[in-house]
Design a protein around this ligand. Structure first.
Ligand SMILES: [Zn+2]
Length: 398
């Protein structure tokens, strides 16, 4: 069972030293010339070479043992319900399992897997507000879960969105999973959301399960949401030409998910990068789903896009961290002063043919995770889910 971390951020000074490779999450400089991170009260205060940063009088020291450190991964697209339980596959502890896959922040694309969710405006609003509230406090293994993502229904009006925004809801779930599924209708709801400060996302492609809808490229273009959710389908993708058209013409961020069409993912990746929209590519799992819970879904997608897509792994890591944080307005995703001390420690997996972690990922192998920290607290040690890492970090002092 998942364990709630109620203690809040680590108190005091954390020093992470002997970092072999530091990935920033920032496309401007994906690899930092640094081997040490200092954090105070769960937030990064300094990043640099050991001799240049103040590592004196630490309350906790982590010896990275030469491992790679990256910002905690962000899943830009998942479907929590309540607690660490998914009725979609009747599974407990899936969020905690994903923390073992390096994910520290989860963004809900709609709590749609609740059995028989409400469809009437009052019920939709109540569910969204309840989900936002409960997940703001529920931290399985320390994970941060942004939830409360209502699904647009035709019976809803502008005042419904205004009321949710006032109540603390910051986004909506995938347009198209409810009764709003045409271009003009979707645009109306997106415009209301934008007016009231709610982020908008739209299901893209064929129906995901019986009862959901096709959302074509025309609908996406007319609706103009903030995020083109799973541009590679969830799972049924649009035609390659229509994916290219969205990359060229749609303003929303380009989201690639694990539980989508892999070939379409590569089409979207290459097209978006050719169009110099690399900073707008973000990564999600779309789990839990018919394809199941994917504890390693973000890591697998990073390795997939790096290997089949031929993109430098350190760049793909930015898509799974800093890009998502910027697009989805999250306080996370970067190794930089002021940001939360959310770290994933990785090393090349034992017996990979790659000589380094980055090379192993370019070959399509997964890295091994040796530790995950959230707000300066250790959420897990050696991952129970990844292949074993060559080296793992160690907490050497308190
Ligand atoms: Zn979807």
């Amino acid at each position: 069972m998942a364990v709630e971390v109620a203690g809040g951020p680590m108190k005091g000074k954390l020093v992470v030293r002997n970092i072999g490779l530091l990935l920033s999450g920032d496309l401007g400089e994906p690899i930092l010339d640094a081997d040490t991170i200092v954090a105070v009260d769960g937030r990064i205060t300094a990043v640099g070479r050991a001799k240049n940063v103040d590592g004196d009088k630490p309350d906790r020291v982590v010896d990275a043992k030469g491992c790679t450190v990256a910002p905690g991964l962000i899943d830009s697209h998942c479907h929590p319900v309540f607690g660490d339980w998914t009725p979609r596959q009747n599974q407990l502890g899936w969020i905690e399992s994903c923390v073992n896959g390096g994910v520290t922040t989860f963004v809900s694309a709609g709590e749609v897997h609740l059995p028989c969710p409400a469809k009437d405006p009052i019920g939709v609003k109540a569910l969204a507000i309840a989900a936002q509230r409960t997940f703001a406090n529920f931290r399985p293994s320390g994970a941060k879960i942004m939830a409360g993502a209502p699904i647009a229904e035709k019976t809803m009006g502008e005042e419904d969105y205004a009321e949710m925004a006032r109540a603390g809801v910051t986004m909506i779930g995938e347009i198209g999973l409810g009764t709003v599924n045409t271009g003009p209708e979707a645009k109306k709801h997106v415009d209301w959301c934008r007016k009231h400060g709610l982020q908008t996302i739209i299901h893209t492609g064929g129906p995901s399960i019986p009862g959901s809808n096709l959302i074509s490229h025309e609908v996406v273009l007319e609706a103009n949401p903030d995020v083109i959710s799973h541009i590679n389908g969830g799972h049924t993708a649009l035609a390659p030409g229509h994916i290219c058209q969205l990359c060229e013409q749609a303003k929303g961020a380009i989201e690639i998910v694990h539980n989508g069409n892999e070939k379409a993912a590569i089409t979207a990746l290459k097209t978006a990068m050719e169009l110099k929209r690399t900073h707008e590519i973000i990564i999600g799992t779309d789990a839990p789903a018919g394809s199941g819970v994917q504890p390693l879904g973000i890591l697998r997608t990073v390795a997939f896009l790096a290997s089949f897509g031929g993109v430098a792994p350190e760049v793909v890591f930015c898509m799974a961290t800093g890009n998502t944080a910027r697009v989805r307005k999250l306080d996370a995703g970067l190794i930089a002063p002021g940001k939360p001390a959310d770290f994933v420690f990785m090393d090349k997996a034992q017996h990979t043919s790659g000589k380094t972690l980055l090379e192993s990922m370019s070959l399509g192998d997964l890295p091994g995770i040796g530790m995950v920290m959230i707000d300066g607290n250790v959420s897990c040690g050696r991952s129970r889910n990844t292949p074993p890492a060559d080296r793992i970090p160690e907490v050497v002092g308190h």
